[in-house]
Design a protein around this ligand. Structure first.
Ligand SMILES: [Zn+2]
Length: 254
């Protein structure tokens, strides 16, 4: 048991596992977008790889490859950011869910690890409608995962402003835990550290560049690998628990 890496398997292997009753698959949705002067553009996609894998491992599920590009219009002012329109994203989600459902996956877990993907994911599912015999468990509410990171931060004395929502303390800590060789800590500097709620609204509607010209929402300077491991552990726990609980009540988890 443990994770089944879809990308590395052959079709007869996938068929055999499905026929044997392993019918849950985790599909992470990441992003390729600026993460300040100190984190790589693939940060959110790498979170998808790692959090998706850890969750699939505990759920004895298949892990699909992370869909690397997401809805990142609010970061396009920065070099290298890639983005798809929400309409495109909805079609990608719908097509992938239909393909997996067609093979006999009965539980499809859609896991965004990038803030801009949550709302379009909800729209994609509304457009898709119910699929007979298939339970789609989608993390459509960014608040569920955000409150997990906020909670861990608070336990360690990290303020909400420092944690931020983008390239701040918690994202930087997670990257220090997962891909330390890609973090330029010597370039870590604070960005927007003002009011969280109003900042978030402007972040998504006007773009991060109007808040901070370095692209950072938060303050990454106190980040550490140790803190990162705590954030990741809590996030994986929330994902696993949500999937397990949705099994019993068949409800919409998030
Ligand atoms: Zn990010």
């Amino acid at each position: 048991m443990g994770v089944l890496d879809l990308e590395r398997m052959t079709w007869p292997e996938v068929r055999a596992e499905l026929d044997g009753g392993r019918d849950t698959v985790v599909v992470p949705f990441g992003a390729v977008e600026q993460h300040g002067p100190h984190l790589p553009l693939g940060t959110d996609a790498m979170f998808g790889d790692e959090i998706g894998r850890a969750a699939a491992e505990r759920l004895n599920a298949f892990l699909a490859p992370t869909i690397p590009v997401g809805c990142s219009r609010h970061h396009l002012a920065f070099a290298g950011t890639m983005s798809v329109e929400e309409e495109t994203f909805c079609r990608i989600v719908g097509d992938i869910v239909k393909a997996l459902a067609g093979h006999g996956f009965r539980r499809i877990v859609l896991l965004p690890t990038h803030g801009g993907n949550f709302q379009p994911l909800g729209e994609a599912l509304a457009q898709l409608g119910p699929l007979e015999g298939v339970e789609v468990i989608a993390f459509k509410d960014v608040g569920v995962l955000a409150s997990a990171t906020l909670g861990v931060g608070a336990e360690m004395g990290v303020s909400a402003a420092e944690g931020g929502i983008h390239a701040g303390e918690w994202e930087t800590s997670m990257m220090l835990a997962l891909r330390p060789e890609l973090v330029r800590m010597e370039r870590a500097e604070p960005g927007y550290v003002g009011d969280l709620a109003s900042g978030m609204q402007r972040f998504f509607s006007e773009g991060v560049h109007v808040l901070a010209d370095n692209g950072v929402f938060g303050d990454p300077r106190r980040a550490s690998a140790e803190a990162g491991r705590k954030y990741i552990e809590r996030l994986v726990e929330v994902v696993v628990r949500t999937v397990e609980e949705s099994q019993s009540d068949e409800g919409e988890p998030a």
